[in-house]
Design a protein around this ligand. Sequence first.
Ligand SMILES: Cc1ncc(C[n+]2csc(CCOP(=O)(O)OP(=O)(O)O)c2C)c(N)n1
Ligand SMILES: [Mg+2]
Length: 363
Amino acid sequence: MKRFPAFDPPEYVAWKAEPHLVRAFRATIEQNDERAALVSHLSIDAKLDLYAGLVRARLHDIQLKRWVRTGVISKAWLGTGEEATTVGPVHALDREHDVVAPMIRNAAACCEMGMSLTAMLRAYLATDDSPSRGRDLHVGSLPDGVLQPISHVGDMVPVIAGVALTFKMKGERRVALTWVGDGSTNTAAAHEGTNFAAVQHLPAIFIVENNQVALGTRLEQHHLPGEYKDWAASYGVWGAQFDGNNVLDAYAATRMAADRCRAGQGPALLVADTFRMGGHATHDEREARETFPAELFATWGKRDPIGLYEEYLKEEGVKARRLSEVESGAAVQVEKAAEEAIASRAKMPKGETALDGVYANDR
Ligand SMILES: Cc1ncc(C[n+]2csc(CCOP(=O)(O)OP(=O)(O)O)c2C)c(N)n1
Ligand SMILES: [Mg+2]
């Protein structure tokens, strides 16, 4: 895709595919028969939809960054480098019926579930026509099956377990999914929710999104050696790992988990290793570069989930022209959404309406 020197992490600006990483991308899927079969059933259109989702995610974040630089907003939380961990799993769900609870780094789950990019961007601007009517910048939309996260990390785990409990009690073959950051795995809520889902045998999927950092705390500072891959067994649930920078692996692993949930086989705990290619938010990008050795950024930068997937698609016979058409489509969507959201700033909420809709029975 087009690179943006003013906004991309430096490692992405002159991104070139390294052949051994492209081979490894393909090998990751092909070495697992079940995942390979699931991927082989994806049509080219479905694979291009995944591509569109990745590009939309990146461009959405670049739009936010542009707004930060131009003073439209003061800060933004981005998912740069982690797009595949969000987009692959959402595409593996039944998006008409399933429910997701994205964390702030999984904003792309909103549009992939069907929410409009305009609504997502309006949420950042807190306009009166934004999803929470200016009350909260956390983004969600119940009609689209997206729970709006709350600030307390880890707390969406028991909430998603509760949603899954409802599905089970009603006998509905629906699945509830949330992501849990590596840092958030340390919260009591994450353990309680996972354990509850395990004991109740609920159709819930938990994805541990191990981007190796929590705010400015590196993984090894908050988690003793011992791998997340062993966690599922400790709860007695089915688990698997996937490559968080490989959208097809993310898709296939989540599809396996969702199929099990729908068959009444209980929850799944997936572990995705990936890397945050920026700061916790836009305010601490420089500090993030000081938090890690430069080689780590260099290593993960070579594994750009979008660049590697483009190479895979080209090998599959997709013409470069088709890829740029999909990319331009996503770019037009984001640009139009940004224009519409900016126009909504003429409609900011009035102070006296601040409590409207906050308590039951209010409008
Ligand atoms: C219960 C709770 N403790 C602390 C915070 C402050 N906080 C916000 S994000 C964050 C780091 C979360 O790290 P991780 O779960 O790894 O997610 P990531 O930001 O890496 O995606 C912290 C500590 C919070 N929001 N909630
Ligand atoms: Mg983290």
